[in-house]
Design a protein around this ligand. Sequence first.
Ligand SMILES: *Cc1c(COP(=O)(O)O)cnc(C)c1O
Length: 361
Amino acid sequence: MSAPASRAGGVFESLVRAEILALTPYSHAAWQPHLVRLHANEAPWRPAGDVTEAGLNRYPEPQPQALVRELAALFEVEPAQLLVTRGSDEAIDLLSRVFLRAGQDAILQTPPTFGMYSVAAHIQGAEVIEAPLRREQDWQLDAARLLAAWRPAAKLVYLCSPNNPTGNRLDESAILAVCETLAGRAIVVVDEAYVEWSGVPSLARFLPRFSHLAILRTLSKAHALAGARCGTLLAHPELIALARRVIPPYAIAQGTVESVLRALQPAALAESRRQVAQLLQQRRWLAQELAALPQVEKVWPSDANFLMIDGRDAAAMLGRAAAGGFILRDLSGYPTLLNSLRVSVGSPEHNRQLLRSLRAP
Ligand SMILES: *Cc1c(COP(=O)(O)O)cnc(C)c1O
């Protein structure tokens, strides 16, 4: 048993939960699309309203090869370095379950940041260690302070760049310094949900250099597919193989597979790039207009598709927006953002209407 187990973990063996190494993964129905499927107890007829090509009566391909190939090309990695997941949220869940032992392990995160890292860790029974980003450092990553907070129990180190909710991207050299120091000791997970708006390239090009670097990309934001639930984990092929042991067998729904493949056609990609560019112009304009409002103390620079605002009275601003029909994100639950809120850059028309609501007497 120990020989195949050690092969399963590869370079990650010392970090992976023993149960995952010992696991015999679920064996899904063989994928042989040229044969008639009488091996998976599916219905032989199509359901009413089915608009998929493959048929919703059939189980989908477990990791659809065409989708993996297209996403790997889009994110500039090899297919073996990519796992398709139900949004980045599922990738975070898979990493937690592969690496975190209840009552023993931990994650290290840099609040204020995305809430799912700690939720997934807590579900798994792991501890959450924090090295907060600081307002007086413009929410920039301080590699030395992060590394000082790191302990061997912290198997996963999350860096969100650009960071949600502060909007800034983290300094690349600081991220690489963290990867360098923690090489072999922890998985450094860089969440690039908003990288398309940042004007800087993905860190995926560093995957060959750092086997313990994992990158999260999603189609929910710049590809306008939040409702499809599709994200990816980009990592060393042995880490992808470990996550595949844990992901449910038919995770990616057929409707999602086909929608995403359509969105990855060259013309569709060109259109989403045009939309991203237009949103960046709106971001610039909206930031200026918001900064001119008397109730706004500061609009933080943004590398994402949203703006973080410090208000003089954030609750009153939220109320005015709501009276105009808009819901903004209240950030007062973060101890360092008591008077802050987050606005997604909307359509030009909605942005104008929002400003009108905020200016209302
Ligand atoms: C929106 C967002 C995601 C995307 O999550 P999905 O599950 O892919 O929709 C991931 N990380 C951060 C920081 C986000 O803000």
